[in-house]
Ligand binder design. Structure first.
Ligand SMILES: C[S@@+](CC[C@H](N)C(=O)[O-])C[C@H]1O[C@@H](n2cnc3c(N)ncnc32)[C@H](O)[C@@H]1O
Length: 251
């Protein structure tokens, strides 16, 4: 069992606060909330910073210096761990998000840091990574409406579109395979409790041993609790072929 002991450097914490101050919340409002987006940020910004700091400290404890991290679906909530990685651990990070508008806002706030977001499919990331962050992506209602409804217990059995769900599930299998094949082992996955079945399914298919860390961390935006999964390697090589082309970013 590992417990969080590390603290972020004071300069790192100050820089995080500055970045959160610089964010264009007016522009972020319609991206994060259909109704009353600015009120949403007034309410969520503080918890997002505070909980993000706790998650960044927990991650700092679990990552070595100078590795590489792949962030799939990185938005405002991912700023604290990303900033921690580059400043406190001197790691290389690659952050992907399909929402081009959000990527522009994040990059504007972070332009003084060795950190940039890409509006592209995370499967296009080159090389391998010893840490993959995949939080609240596989149950995203925008990308996977049926799957999301099922995951969160909101599916209506009368109207549920089984064919659409089946297509979404294939898309998620492919997304998970396309990302996790980039993990060097031993490696770490940061994910949400809801997404664990996708990670363990991939491990089982690849005969990869895994351990789910017992620590759980609350999040402030999507609200899915977050956890860490250690992957210890595969007894046999990757055999699954890529089944579909990468998804393109929205404008
Ligand atoms: C519900 S949001 C979660 C954002 C953030 N992780 C959080 O917890 O607040 C899901 C995000 O995943 C992104 N996404 C979905 N598929 C992706 C892919 N293949 N590559 C990169 N980002 C992806 C979407 O663009 C969206 O920004």
């Amino acid at each position: 069992m590992r417990r969080t002991r590390s603290r972020l450097r004071t300069e790192t914490r100050q820089l995080m606060q500055q970045i959160f101050t610089k964010l264009d919340y007016r522009a972020l409002a319609p991206i994060y909330c259909d109704e009353g987006g600015e009120a949403f940020w007034e309410d969520r910004r503080g918890p997002c910073e505070r909980l993000g700091l706790a998650i960044a400290a927990a991650l700092k404890d679990r990552l070595s210096s100078r590795g590489r991290s792949l962030y799939v679906g990185a938005g405002v909530a991912e700023l604290p761990p990303l900033i921690m990685e580059v400043l406190d651990r001197q790691r290389e990070v690659m952050a992907f998000n399909l929402r081009a508008q959000e990527v522009a806002i994040l990059n504007a706030a972070c332009h003084d840091l060795p950190l940039s977001f890409r509006a592209a499919d995370a499967r296009s990331a080159p090389g391998t990574f010893d840490h993959i962050w995949l939080v609240s992506v596989l149950n995203d209602p925008e990308c996977f409406p049926m799957l999301s409804a099922l995951s969160y217990g909101r599916a209506n059995p009368v109207t549920f579109d089984v064919e659409a769900f089946s297509q979404e599930r294939t898309m998620v299998f492919d997304l998970v395979a396309g990302c996790l094949q980039k993990l060097s082992c031993p490696g770490l996955i940061t994910t949400s409790i809801e997404e664990i079945p996708w990670i363990t399914d991939w491990c089982d298919r690849h005969a990869a041993a895994y351990v789910i860390d017992d620590a759980i961390y609350p999040t402030a935006l999507v609200g899915d609790p977050l956890c860490f999964v250690w992957i210890h390697g595969s007894a046999r090589p990757e055999t699954e072929p890529a089944r579909r082309a990468p998804i393109r970013a929205s404008s």
